[in-house]
Design a protein around this ligand. Structure first.
Ligand SMILES: NC(=O)c1ccc[n+]([C@@H]2O[C@H](COP(=O)([O-])OP(=O)(O)OC[C@H]3O[C@@H](n4cnc5c(N)ncnc54)[C@H](O)[C@@H]3O)[C@@H](O)[C@H]2O)c1
Length: 249
């Protein structure tokens, strides 16, 4: 990550913030955080500055194009060229598969699919200014989920949005390959963020996992860093599953 500038969407907490910490430890110089939670954004920025990074934050709801693009441009205005985008923002409510309302579908699709889409378009448009083939122009890493591949009726709408992001990742990878922009996703099984703890499903996921435990966020962040760093020069359109064997259980 040496000398890289990274924008992390959903970077105010959880996996996004853990990824930011790891990227700074691995040499990233500048971090841009986009999130709708202003209070957590301020705390996260302070922590990352303490680790030595230059940090810019933008408050925004990624579900809408104007706010998503506005937030990305705000970060570019403060930090300059962006080398890497990480899309970690998502909502994962649980709901009986037969009871999902129109409003719940619309919100799930708006944040998880459309939000990821808007952020990728904003980043690609920006990165396209810096094409110098055959060098890699930039990297995008989307956070998906094993739920995209395994039956999960406890949150079927969420699972469907993550399958959609796997699909979007492949389409963007194809469309951006000529510009040497690498687009990949990482699909974790359950891991112990504050939000996941609050929702109370980690015990159930740990019991279903061959390793007998949920992951720590840092164990997932490693793979995001791998796909978003200069160590990745050839993988694009891939979805890396990091599930402690849960995907095969
Ligand atoms: N925690 C798990 O067990 C687990 C498992 C598999 C996949 N994932 C995925 O990992 C990613 C991170 O999960 P987490 O546990 O760190 O969640 P989290 O809730 O801790 O972090 C998500 C962040 O996204 C932000 N956000 C949500 N909606 C937004 C919006 N509309 N606009 C801007 N920001 C918004 C939130 O404010 C929050 O800071 C998500 O994509 C999630 O689906 C999580």
């Amino acid at each position: 990550m040496e000398n890289q500038t990274v924008v992390i969407v959903g970077g105010a907490s959880g996996l996004g913030l853990e990824t930011a910490r790891l990227m700074v430890k691995r040499g990233a110089l500048k971090i841009g955080l986009i999130d709708r939670n202003e209070q957590l954004l301020v705390q996260a920025a302070e922590e990352l500055r303490g680790l030595g990074a230059e940090v810019a934050v933008a408050v925004g709801d990624i579900a809408r194009k104007d706010t998503a693009h506005g937030a990305f441009e705000e970060i570019v205005g403060a930090l300059g060229r962006v080398h890497c985008l990480v899309n970690s923002a998502a909502i994962y409510p649980r709901k009986d598969i037969f009871e999902i309302t129109d409003e719940e579908w619309d919100l799930e699709n708006a944040v998880n699919i459309k939000g990821t889409y808007h952020m990728m378009v904003a980043a690609v448009r920006h990165m396209q200014q810096y094409v110098a083939a055959p060098a890699v122009t930039g990297r995008i890493v989307n956070v998906t989920s094993v739920d995209a591949f395994k039956a999960h009726p406890q949150n079927a709408h969420y699972a469907a949005t993550k399958a959609a992001v796997v699909s979007l990742t492949k389409s963007f990878a194809q469309a951006c390959a000529k510009d040497q922009i690498l687009v990949n996703s990482v699909a974790p099984a359950g891991f112990a963020t504050e939000r996941a703890r609050q929702l109370g499903f980690l015990g159930e996921l740990a019991a279903a996992n061959p390793l007998g435990r949920a992951a720590e966020p840092a164990e997932i962040a490693e793979w995001i860093v791998m796909m978003g760093s200069s160590r990745n020069s050839y993988a694009t359109g891939e979805n890396v599953i990091v599930s402690g064997g849960y995907i095969y259980a």
